[in-house]
Design a protein around this ligand. Sequence first.
Ligand code: NI
Length: 256
Amino acid sequence: MAKIGWIDSHCHIFSDEYRDCFDEVIKRAEENQVVQMLGICCTIEECEWALSMEKKDEIDIAVGFHPSDIKVACNWERLEELTRDPRIVAVGEIGLDYYWDKDNKEQQKEAFIRQIELANKVNKPIIVHSRDAMQDTIEILMQHSCNRKGIIHCYSGSVESAKILLNLGYTISFAGPVTFKKSVTPKEVATMIPLDRILTETDCPYMTPEPFRGKRNEPSYVPYTAKKVCELKNLEEEAFQKACLANYQALFHSEN
Ligand code: NI
C-alpha cells in the first residue's frame, strides 16, 4: 500500500445502483483521498461483473450470501468457485438479520455457519452483518470460529458485545450512524475500540453519513465517518489513517 488516506471497508459499488456511474464514483472517492475500497458482492452476478473488470489495487472484492437473500435458491457451488479466486479477499457479507426476517432464523444460522466453514476452507476472513441478532451472532462466532477472523460491519451493538467480539479476535467497522446526532452507543463503542481493531466504511448506497444524510451514499463520503471517529478517539487524522490501513492490510493482504 503506497498512499496514505481513508478506507471504505464495506461498499456495494458493484450493485446495480452504480452500474451507470461506476467510474465517476471511483474517481470522486480518489479525489477525496479514499485509497482503499472493499466492494461487497451479495450475488453471483455482482461478483462476476466485479471480476470482469480490470484489476485495480485500490479496489478489493468480497462475495457472500446476505442473510436477507438466502430465502431464494443459492448457488453454493458457484459461490465456492468464486471465493477461490485470488481477487476475492473475503467471504461476506454473511450473518443474521432479524430486523427484516424473523421467520427463517434457523435457515439464516445455517447459511451463516456454512459460509464461515467455506471461509475456512478457502482460508479467507469473513465480513459479518448482524442486525437485531447480536446474541445469536456472538453464539455462532464462539462455536464456529473463522481462522482468519474478519470484520463486524456497520457495528450497531452495545459496548459489552463489542468487548466479546474483540476478545474473539474480530475487527469492528463503523459506518454513517456514528455521525448522527442522536446516536449515542456507536459513539461510545468507537471511543473504546482499540486502534488496532478498528475500520471505517460507508455501506453505500445506504447509511449515508452527516452532512449528506438522505442522499445516496458513496465511498467518497467515508472521510466524514472516519473524521468523526478520529474526533471521538482524539487522534490526528494521519495516525488514524495509518492505523486503519495497517488493520486492513493485516486482515486481507497478509498470508497468515
Ligand atoms: Ni452491506
